[in-house]
Design a protein around this ligand. Structure first.
Ligand code: NAP
Length: 322
């Protein structure tokens, strides 16, 4: 019997590719760039499964092409805002993601950004590299303490909760905001549910961990930034469009907030020009889940989802019910 066909839109760690090759005929985009929508449409027509990246737009038009054959799109990410889930469900196509395996890794990057901004790590690095350091100075690069402050988590799901949990050594007060309260989390970490405006007004450090949806797009804009404390630091490792980037630049330039740590941007890979000129930001190129171990786990999980679905079993981490 002819082997089923799987297409991988970008090279992923070998562990996932090898796993798929044991069962299927595997084709991989040979180039180190995302495919255009037209290229994806061309590739899906004869594939039983497609392993996608968050940069691949899988809309109804792509799904229509895929519907004749493709049973599953396995997204190599926990977020799935690049896929039209309702359209996939209507067309009976399974969508899967890679939750849990990247939770702690992404939470760690949020902490890396918070520490870097609060303690001005990148500015210090630049200062030495540029040969400016002459002697110890009592007033050089004064940052702010992290311990004892109030931490605000917007979107205390898997990653948001892991982020909050990692504050335990720092004696912090934890505020969080979700649409639904999570009593178990409240008990475990002595966290307090508050509405969004209260977090903005009271937290010293705010980390965003909501998915990108119609509701969360521009969740943090000019009004919200104005509510924040002047010493506040905003961390975004969720999705760029959750924050109005232009409004953020204005708030950072005018000293309405202390700083920001950003792993995600409104129009990746483009970054608001003025952000690049500011010293009170630390920017990373969407590397939240980018540890060697985690990327391997994501590759394995995406591959296992494809193997399960193409062998007639339930998906391991389904996003939709088909
Ligand atoms: P999750 O477990 O689904 O958590 C999302 C949280 O957001 C939930 O607690 C949810 O609670 C809350 N939420 C959703 N809509 C909300 C709204 N309108 N207002 C307030 N809270 C809302 O997801 P996760 O695994 O933690 O991942 C979160 C996001 O992180 C992903 O969707 C992805 O975009 C991003 N991410 C980025 C990277 C990176 O590389 N930078 C890596 C991994 C993930 P309620 O339902 O109760 O509101």
């Amino acid at each position: 019997m002819e082997k089923k066909k799987v297409y991988i839109t970008r090279k992923i760690p070998n562990i996932g590719i090898e796993l798929l090759k044991k069962h299927f005929h595997v084709e991989i985009n040979p180039e180190d760039r995302p495919l255009t929508k037209e290229e994806i449409m061309e590739k899906v027509v004869d594939k039983d499964a497609v392993l996608t990246q968050l940069t691949d737009v899988i809309d109804d038009e792509v799904l229509e092409k895929a519907q004749k054959k493709t049973k599953i799109f396995a997204n190599y990410a926990v977020g799935f805002n690049n896929i039209d889930i309702d359209a996939a469900t209507k067309r009976g196509i399974q969508i899967t993601n890679t939750p849990d395996v990247l939770t702690d890794t992404t939470a760690e990057l949020a902490w890396a950004l918070l520490f870097s901004v609060a303690r001005r790590v990148v500015e210090g690095h630049k200062y030495i590299k540029e040969g400016k350091w002459q002697v110890f100075s009592p007033n050089l690069l004064l940052g702010q303490d992290i311990y004892g402050k109030t931490l605000g988590v917007i979107g205390a799901g898997r990653i948001g909760k892991a982020f909050a949990k990692k504050s335990l050594g720092f004696d912090m007060k934890i505020l969080y905001h979700n649409r639904k309260r999570d009593e178990e989390f409240e008990k475990e970490l002595n966290a307090k549910w508050v509405d969004k405006d209260t977090i903005l007004k009271e937290a010293d450090f705010i980390s965003i961990h909501v998915p990108l949806t119609k509701e969360t797009r521009y969740m943090i804009g000019e009004r919200e930034l104005k509510l924040m404390k002047r010493n506040a630091i905003l961390i975004n490792t969720a999705r760029g469009p959750v924050v109005d980037e232009k409004a953020l630049v204005k708030a950072l330039k005018e000293g309405e907030i202390w700083g920001a740590g950003l792993d995600v941007f409104e129009n990746e890979p483009e970054v608001e020009e003025e952000l690049l000129e500011l010293d009170n930001v630390v920017l990373t190129p969407h590397i939240g889940s980018a540890s060697k171990e985690t990327r391997e786990k994501m590759a394995k999980l995406a591959a296992e989802n494809i193997i399960a679905v193409l062998s007639g079993k339930e998906a391991i981490t389904p996003v939709n019910r088909v």
